[in-house]
Write a protein that binds this ligand. Structure first.
Ligand code: 4UV
Length: 542
């Protein structure tokens, strides 16, 4: 494999052969090989064993799509919210929304009503799909948003009032699906609208078009990762314990793996015994994890070599992983286990680089995917070339169309035409091997989840006693990072750290909670009012 890939202008070009990107929508692409694996299991819940074959996923998603258009009046380009823990119905719902012409916008099922209403309003959602446990929170969110639109619910125990039952909408064999002929969605139309804070500020809608997602699936079949996952007599399986609402789970675990006919084993949450039993019972071949789960496999006493016996490759991504944790995983496996790292962002659908099969990684995140270009730049966007640490900027068919209705944010992240700023500091060697050095952007990552400081700062500033606030990420051995708050109280106002932490907890998902508050007289800022996070970190978080 040719690895020397720097041009004379210090642009890194992928060393891999270009891949073709079929001119299809995501749902058309996913089922373009249906006849090869129609009767094989597509998805199974590791907890309940509820399962669907590829043919069932296809048929049910078409019926669901027809009902979305017929009964819920979904039109081309309408945003539909999916608020669900991982479940085997996730692909049926996703492909159903897409086949109906809709745009899929996903949310974390642990979101509070306050967080849900914000994304409902931003995405201009007109329909929400959830489960019976989450219906009360959804109703509260709709009240906050002053909206009253339909809720479709996955019901296994009861049917909450005022909801439509998912089961009835997919089991209806008599529905006339000819209505789907009206759908007019193209390769360049938006398919997914996840939310990400990007380099700064609040979460923004990331417009991923069909082409972005189809490209990123094909890019993963690059020459350095070629593998026959599914044959007539064999089918590889992968575990979807990573949340499917996040692009890592959605695109890498679900969309790419289903595009090659693999079996997806879903788990609704990470729970040690359930996780280990599922690994064994389903003989999982490929594992996609976030750093705390790799740490768990290496360090948790109940994990043995037997649990890892069938695993062919473990991939980690979404946040940095200390090499000591990788070493512990190797020791636990008692054999040469293939360990990979993937690196990417929601905005890049998500994958940018990946470890080749056959190579092991400790510090690096592998090589640039095919059809991509990248540069390492200084603050003035001058190219630094191999060996230097600078901001990583990228270009390729998987880079988002742009943030939804946000020209300001778009002008900040796109430079020199269509080069996209990752906000990460990286170093790339002569051979094109990429190492992530640090994060330039203000984003905090807790267990790989995004925690935008601006969001917590806004919540803090809603507290009646708080005048000003800042939030920074501090290192944490278990979660990677955790948010720490700095507040300035209003003159005469009184509040203690416990009150403030409780105030925040009620408004944000559990992983965003602040458990350390420092009172200051003033938040350090530059002349244009930007919080000097680095100086806060240096002064208080050593
Ligand atoms: O937008 P986001 O939440 O997106 C992600 C996507 C992650 C992955 C990971 C492995 C894959 O194979 C894959 O396809 C997708 O997390 O956050 C993007 C930021 O997360 C950090 C980096 O700061 C990004 O800008 N990040 C992601 N992967 C890594 C990482 C990594 N391997 N090492 C260090 N930081």
């Amino acid at each position: 494999r040719e690895k020397s890939v720097w041009t004379s202008e210090k642009i890194l070009t992928s060393a891999s052969k270009e891949v073709d990107i079929p001119n299809l929508t995501v749902d058309q692409y996913l089922f373009s090989n249906l006849e090869k694996w129609a009767t094989k299991t597509a998805v199974i819940c590791g907890h309940t064993n509820r399962q669907y074959t590829y043919e069932e996923v296809y048929k049910k998603s078409r019926i669901f799509a027809a009902n979305l258009r017929r009964k819920f009046k979904i039109k081309d380009g309408d945003a539909v919210t999916v608020l669900l823990p991982n479940a085997p119905e996730f692909p049926i719902i996703t492909f159903g929304i897409l086949a109906a012409g809709g745009v899929v916008t996903t949310m974390n099922p642990v979101y509070t009503a306050y967080e849900i209403q914000r994304q409902i309003l931003l995405s201009e959602t007109t329909l929400i799909i959830t489960n019976e446990d989450l219906v009360p929170t959804v109703k509260e969110a709709l009240k906050l948003a002053e909206k009253d639109f339909p809720i479709i619910s996955l019901n296994f125990k009861n049917k909450p009032e005022g909801t439509a039952s998912f089961k009835e909408l997919v089991d209806d064999d008599h529905v006339d699906i000819s209505i789907l002929k009206e759908v007019n969605r193209k390769h360049d139309d938006v398919a997914f609208l996840p939310y990400s804070s990007g380099t700064t500020g609040l979460p923004k809608g990331v417009q991923l078009i069909n082409r972005n997602i189809v490209a990123n699936c094909e890019q993963q079949n690059t020459d350095f990762r070629q593998y026959e996952y599914t044959t007539e007599s064999h089918q590889d399986s992968t575990l979807a314990v990573l949340p499917l609402f996040h692009l890592y789970g959605l695109s890498i675990c679900m969309l790419h793996k289903m595009s090659v006919g693999m079996k997806l084993v879903t788990l609704p949450k990470f729970q040690p015994d359930m996780f280990l039993n599922t690994m064994l019972a389903n003989r999982i071949d490929l594992m996609y994890l976030a750093p705390p789960m790799v740490m768990f496999l290496g360090a948790y006493p109940q994990v043995t070599a037997k649990h890892l016996e069938h695993v062919r490759a473990v991939t980690s991504g979404a946040a940095p992983l200390p090499s000591a944790d990788i070493q512990r995983l190797f020791e636990k496996a008692e054999r040469e286990i293939q360990f990979c790292q993937g690196y990417g962002l929601t905005e890049t659908s998500p994958l940018i680089s990946l470890t080749p099969f056959g190579e092991k990684t400790y510090e690096d995140v592998g090589y640039l995917l095919p059809n991509m270009y990248c540069r390492i730049v200084d603050e003035k966007m001058n190219n630094l070339g191999p060996g230097a640490v600078g901001e990583l900027i990228v270009k390729g068919p998987n880079v988002m169309k742009g943030y939804l209705k946000n020209p300001q944010a778009n002008s900040e992240v796109f430079v020199d035409g269509d080069w996209f700023r990752t906000g990460d500091l990286a170093k790339i060697n002569e051979n094109g091997l990429i190492t992530i050095a640090d994060r330039l952007k203000e984003l905090i990552k807790v267990k790989g989840y995004q925690v935008p400081p601006a969001e917590l700062e806004n919540v803090l500033k809603e507290h009646p006693a708080i005048l000003d606030a800042a939030v920074v990420g501090v290192p944490d051995t278990v979660t990677g990072e955790r948010p720490r708050g700095f507040v300035v109280l209003k003159p005469e106002a009184k509040a203690n750290d416990k009150d403030i932490m409780e105030f925040v907890s009620k408004r944000v998902a559990p992983y965003k909670k602040i458990n350390e508050i420092t009172f200051l007289k003033e938040i350090p800022k530059n002349p244009s009012g930007k919080i000097l996070r680095k100086s806060l970190k240096e002064q208080y978080c050593k």
